[in-house]
Write a protein that binds this ligand. Structure first.
Ligand SMILES: [Zn+2]
Length: 518
């Protein structure tokens, strides 16, 4: 399966439930699977689902926002403003009318007018994910904290919160990924006042005991261990750990095992985490569906108006260029097909860098089911069970990842060589205009499919907000596709896919059953 380019994919988002799409912002195609395991799901330990194994599925992944690695937030609080951001017009990737307002405390909110009579999707987007876990020993905290957000307040205990959700007949959940944490509710429009009230309450007044904290920490460890039963978690963990030396993308969203094991002792730090990141200038609300703009603004002002800004947030370190190829060979105790996972460093998200759109196109050219490489390895030679690749959008430079589940261990080197050769062929021969147009058409169509419901549309918006802070990044990014030329494809195939820019992870079942592979 493929995904749509842009955001989506790789897997890692730990989520509680939902599944949507993540198809969005990542570009890629093929089935990919997830990256690490860790991300976050929410409160109770829910299934994390590391990647499915099917041929095409990728775990879910969310995209993330943007600013380069900088102080993520410390930006100045914008002055209050209100504007109509986009009008419905034909041809735009995100065709819905949008109203935006920045409140006096820096909280930004969007109302997206979507034709879903009687229904409203309410998304609270925290522009903090595992990328922001800059302190040693604290990996996995964004995800862990997502769990804690369901622990209640003085006004609404966990039970009282859940009772409200049930009473209004809402679906409520959350997920965490590299660049963001999202809390989302889907309900009837009449419930909007209650939703705004309970969400505003927990974002400002969260309260939990140390025993509750320790209990949730154990739930997160259980979630890690569950993910660890799947080879994907181990592979993505190894890929990012080796590909990155300084940047926090070195750890996956769920975090390093040793840090998760230590979480029960980090109660004090958890309060600091909340104090630092759950602040109005680091959160964006997205309300999509059947809602009147002024009603939304009034409710938000009433319930979030007293929320205050916090201390400056730490800067995320930048990653120096990789100088030489890195290789990691993993063993696995238990049954598994041999697997190959390759990551090439790519730029962070931008609405002006055409290379990103070209990388999305390249992912399609290489890994879509109609691609020559896919047909050869999967269908004709039948050496590979699943093959996928994607350029997942991230705030900071991340990786273009390629994943192949190979049928026989002895075919691993040949499959790796076939992938490299195909990239070299594209760098040498390029593609013609028609092929490019066909791919772009597919990419745009697939993206539009991600906007099929109010809830999915809110999620798409959340991904871009995480990347840049602004919903208009969607149309700005899509405009890049029309700038991609066949010459760009040749250039990026040569530029980003050099061996020195990659990390290769292979995994095979241990032949000696006594050897612990994991
Ligand atoms: Zn979780």
């Amino acid at each position: 399966m493929r995904q749509v380019p842009f955001l989506a994919r790789r897997g890692q988002r730990l989520r509680h439930a939902v599944t949507l799409t993540w198809v969005l912002l990542s570009s890629g195609s093929g089935a990919m699977s997830s990256r690490a395991a860790g991300a976050a799901d929410a409160p109770a330990p829910k299934p994390l689902s590391p990647a499915p194994a099917g041929a095409g599925s990728r775990p879910s992944v969310p995209p993330t926002p943007a600013p380069a690695s900088g102080p993520a937030a410390a930006a100045a609080v914008p002055s209050p403003s209100q504007e109509h951001v986009m009008n419905k017009s034909g041809g735009e990737a995100f065709p819905f009318p949008v109203d935006q307002k920045v409140f006096a405390n820096g909280l930004r909110a969007y109302v997206v007018h979507y034709d879903s009579p009687g229904l409203v999707a309410y998304y609270s987007v925290v522009r903090t994910g595992s990328r922001n876990e800059v302190e040693p020993g604290k990996s996995g905290f964004a995800h862990f904290f997502e769990h804690m957000m369901f622990r209640g307040t003085d006004k609404y205990s966990q039970e009282a919160y859940n009772a409200v959700i049930k009473e209004i007949g809402a679906d409520s959940n959350a997920y965490t990924s590299d660049d963001l944490t999202v809390y989302h509710i889907l309900a009837g429009k009449a419930a909007l006042p209650r939703i705004v009230e309970i969400e505003a309450d927990r974002f400002q007044n969260l309260k939990y005991s140390e025993p509750d904290f320790e209990k949730e920490a154990r739930a997160v460890l259980g979630e890690y261990n569950k993910g660890a039963s799947n080879p994907f978690q181990k592979m993505f963990e190894a890929l990012f750990d080796h590909a990155f030396t300084r940047h926090t993308y070195k750890h996956t969203t769920i975090g390093f095992l040793k840090d998760i094991e230590n979480m029960p002792h980090e109660f004090a730090y958890s309060r600091q985490f909340f104090d630092r990141y759950y602040r109005p200038d680091n959160v964006t609300l997205v309300v999509v569906g059947d809602v009147a703009t002024e009603t939304a603004w009034d409710l938000i002002e009433k319930h979030y108006g007293g929320w205050k800004g916090g201390p400056p947030r730490p800067v995320v370190p930048s990653e120096p260029p990789q100088a030489a190829e890195k290789r990691v060979a993993l063993g696995w105790t238990g049954a598994t097909l041999p697997q190959l996972l390759i990551g090439y460093h790519t730029p962070g998200f931008s609405t002006t860098n055409v290379d990103l759109a070209a990388l999305d196109v390249l992912a399609e050219l290489l890994f879509a089911e109609r691609a020559p490489l896919y047909k050869r390895l999967v269908i004709t030679e039948q050496k590979v069970e699943t093959l996928s690749g994607a350029n997942e959008a991230h705030v900071d430079p991340n990786l273009f990842t390629i994943l192949a589940r190979v049928k026989k261990p002895e075919d691993l080197p040949g499959v790796e060589a076939a992938i490299s050769d195909e990239v070299k062929r594209l760098a040498r021969e390029g593609i013609d205009d028609k092929t490019l147009r066909d791919v772009l058409s597919h990419v745009k169509y697939a993206f539009a499919a991600q906007l099929a419901t109010a809830d999915k549309t809110a999620n798409v918006a959340a991904q871009f907000i995480a990347l840049t802070g602004k919903i208009d990044a969607i149309n700005a990014y899509f405009a890049l596709y029309d700038k991609v030329t066949p010459a760009d494809i040749k250039r990026i195939a040569a530029q980003y896919f050099a061996p020195s820019n990659r990390t290769v992870v292979t995994l095979k079942a241990n032949t000696d059953a006594k050897k612990a592979g994991r």
